[in-house]
Design a protein around this ligand. Structure first.
Ligand code: 9Z3
Length: 312
């Protein structure tokens, strides 16, 4: 990567607002990574999920958002945990969570009912799914296999991703990055952002957005150069999807790029690796396309580890 790219990334972080609870997050990540040592035991994956927001005002009333329900990240977290991986789940506050995908939309209000004695009890209609979700989630937390780090803004997302990747360097090829979050390409730099709510009634408004530095490049080559890196490419125009995915793999040196089209993303994806393109589809017996996708990527990482890093 060239010096200008590294400089613009440094400038981004230097001007970003301070990350709330930074020390706590760093300590939790370091402890989580330490539990995976010595290398060769449990592998670790960092899954990003949901869409980042780009605030337009420091005291933020308005923001730009990127689409992602968080389903891909939540389902994949479940699959990696089942496969024995330790998972750092970086997700957008309020987006889908692992083990909760079969709960109704407002689980707290719908799954519980008054017991007639000033207390509450699970509604029998939902008792089984609630019990499964709570048991599986808490068991993953208690056994130290799941670390959940929520974000809202693009600034928080990139700060947390940098903390995790720098910390995970020591896991070398036994760490995977699975970057399913929908990350904004444009933003308003903090030092040029207005403090108060932008006023209306003054006619049309023009706003210039800066380009977000290419952090995938930094992650891959500087922050965690040995980790197995998987990024996602989302398009709505299928005619350009594969070209963009191939270009992303080459440009950023990703080990795999998962190409998906918005409308069919839950049924099929195409994974681009140095070996070519692989169609991964959900079959009639699988609940989610993430099951075959995660299995395929785990096998790819195994080859990467066994090849001693000579892979790309
Ligand atoms: C994806 O492509 C994800 O698969 C989806 C998942 C966001 C489509 P859902 O959360 O959807 O299950 O509703 N994520 C990456 C999207 C993205 O922003 N990629 C960037 C790009 O395409 C590269 S990092 O330029």
């Amino acid at each position: 990567m060239d010096a200008t790219e590294a400089q613009s990334a440094e400038a981004f972080f230097a001007s970003a607002p301070p990350l709330k609870d930074r020390e706590v997050i760093v300590a939790r990540v370091e402890e989580f990574v330490r539990r995976r040592l010595p290398i060769g035991g449990t592998r670790m994956v960092c899954i990003t999920s949901g869409g980042t927001t780009v605030p337009l005002e420091r005291k933020c009333v308005r923001f730009i958002d990127n689409f992602s329900s968080g389903h891909r990240g939540a389902a994949s977290t479940e699959c990696f945990l089942k496969a024995g991986y330790a998972v750092i789940f970086i997700n957008r506050r309020g987006s889908a969570q692992p083990f909760c995908r079969s709960l109704p939309e407002d689980p707290l209000l719908t799954c519980f009912e008054p017991d007639g004695n000033k207390g509450i009890q699970p509604d029998p209609k939902h008792a089984v799914v609630v019990q499964e979700a709570v048991t599986e989630y808490h068991s993953a937390l208690k056994t130290g296999y799941l670390l959940h780090l929520p974000y809202t803004t693009l600034f928080e997302y990139l700060e947390i991703l940098r903390i995790v990747s720098l910390s995970s360097q020591q896991l070398q090829r036994h760490c995977m990055f699975y970057l399913a979050a929908a990350v904004s390409d444009f933003y308003v730099p903090w030092n040029s952002m207005v403090e108060h709510k932008i006023q209306s009634g003054v006619g049309p408004m023009a706003m210039e957005l800066a380009q977000v530095p290419k952090m995938l490049m930094l992650l891959r080559h500087v922050w965690a150069p040995e980790a197995f890196c998987v990024s996602f490419k989302l398009e709505t125009d299928t005619n350009i999807l594969m070209k963009k995915a191939e270009a992303a793999r080459e440009r950023y040196g990703m080990h795999a790029v998962v190409a998906n089209e918005l409308e069919t993303r839950k049924q099929k994806v195409i994974v681009v690796t140095s070996e070519g393109q692989k169609l991964v589809e959900k079959d009639a017996f699988q609940a989610d396309v993430e099951i075959p996708l995660v299995n395929f990527l785990i096998a790819q990482q195994t080859s990467y580890i066994e090849a001693g890093g000579v892979y790309v």
